[in-house]
Write a protein that binds this ligand. Sequence first.
Ligand SMILES: Nc1ncnc2c1ncn2[C@@H]1O[C@H](COP(=O)(O)OP(=O)(O)O)[C@@H](O)[C@H]1O
Ligand SMILES: O=C(CO)[C@@H](O)[C@@H](O)COP(=O)(O)O
Length: 556
Amino acid sequence: MNKKYAIGVDYGTQSGRAVLVDLSNGEELADHVTPYRHHVMDEELPSGVKLEHDWALQHPQDYIEVLERSIPEVLRITGIAPEDVIGIGIDFTACTMLPVTAEGTPLCFLEQHIDNPHAWVKLWKHHAAQPEADALNEVAAARGEKWVRRYGGTISSEWMLAKTWQILNEAPSIYEEADKFVEAADWVVGQLTGTIVRNSCTAGYKSNWHKQEGYPSEAFFKALDPRLEKLMSTKLRGAVLPLGAKAGELTETMAAKIGLQPGTAVAVGNIDAHAAVPAVGVVTPGKLVMAMGTSICHLLLGEEEREVEGMCGVVEDGMIPGYYGYEAGQSAVGDIFEWFVEECVPAYARREAEEAGENIHVYLTRKASELKPGQSGLLALDWWNGNRSVLVDTNLTGTMLGLTLLTKPWEMYRALLEATAFGTRKIIEAFHTNGVNVDELYACGGLPQKNKLLMQIYADVTNREIKIAASKQTPALGSAMFGAVAAGSAKGGYDSIVDAAKKMARVREETFKPIAEHVAVYNRLYEEYVALHDYYGRGTNEVMKRLKEIKAKASE
Ligand SMILES: Nc1ncnc2c1ncn2[C@@H]1O[C@H](COP(=O)(O)OP(=O)(O)O)[C@@H](O)[C@H]1O
Ligand SMILES: O=C(CO)[C@@H](O)[C@@H](O)COP(=O)(O)O
């Protein structure tokens, strides 16, 4: 048998990328990134229709463009014969959802809906369904719904139920016309195979599906809103297939467009961060994987189902079969650094960066590394896009304390790096104190490759050694592994993700180890972080929410 390969396609927030992987050793032979032509639409639709606050949409055509550009490109670069590519796997941000017709056509592709924001893809970070999420949480609490405990006690506005209900409330005609609401992960897989099937990972973490119990009851949905009673058996209907299963095979039409063989195995979709877990070789408990990019997802395996404050969810077989997969997260990390770089860097710093031939992140990081922990005198809360864990509150906002007339931009940049590390420590402590051990840290995603100072700060703040993924495209590698499992060993792939991980997963030799003096200073700063976190985040002072209200009134 010739050497066999698989392609993993990872859909991030700003771009999608394909990676072609050698199945014998996990070596990534080529990767190609296609940025989304329409980016994140958070101010207006392509037609110019304005969006309200907290909206974040995407264009489904951009997802197809990733397949059509990046897959032929990795084949061209490597010269590998399409018949030797035996599987494809897809991972996606989630819950990134869209309404589709019975044929699977996105409603936003239809002329009559083009100007309706609700017809478009709602990106994971679309936070405008917060009123629905609040009502969902109230009703669930009043009814004593036990399933909510698997989600840290709170349902997020980022998830399927809140987003779907927002559509029903604000655009009932779109709700009616949608044959189904689907995760973008499942929609793209459906574009490849011709049939949409749901995957257990997004269904479990984002649509509150449970392997034994299924979806929450109709009685719950009826109590929410009588129009939602049959939501699960109508608009969210469809078989839920486990990770590693084959969703179907590549259609003739799609094969011709992307340069692969018709009949190639396509794995069921996955969440981007979750696909990274086997790709760094994590197939047992105690090892926290941090997928670090625009946001951070924290992923951990456990032997049993436990309750942890503010976790995003625990799903049986949600990452690796045989274990409970725990997820927590921070809804902005790289995004906060980007905000700072775009909105807060003075002209003199930009000039200096340009003279040094550095991009602003690199310049600010170099200057920030000259500071010792604590030396900036600053402390920030990392809530620029709300707090996902452990407070689960998208209405919280960012803050920085300790500013003076002498504060420099790189000091502020460092305080933001540190704030995100404190947020991660809070999450680790929530797991640890609830009996889900965190013994080792693994990092993957764009940030560990871009910023060593950030990784050292994380090691110092958490007082744990951090191993770094060898892959530059870890979720895509994980997806390729799932593609190989969908193909199976008879075709040259693998029969389980654990087998695939043994052969294909890798971490770098270089690790980041905590430095004792830094740990001591950060322990003190972390105490202050927790005090501030609880003061603004647990109801002592609701000023952040009052400011939002005042702002909303003033913008009417
Ligand atoms: N040198 C850097 N240091 C810290 N953050 C950076 C640096 N360069 C880019 N970023 C941030 O990285 C984020 C993108 O991360 P990446 O993992 O590539 O994307 P995604 O989350 O879309 O997969 C952006 O939010 C950007 O602000
Ligand atoms: O919410 C999840 C996973 O649960 C992610 O898809 C979301 O945070 C987006 O991740 P990225 O930072 O774009 O990789």
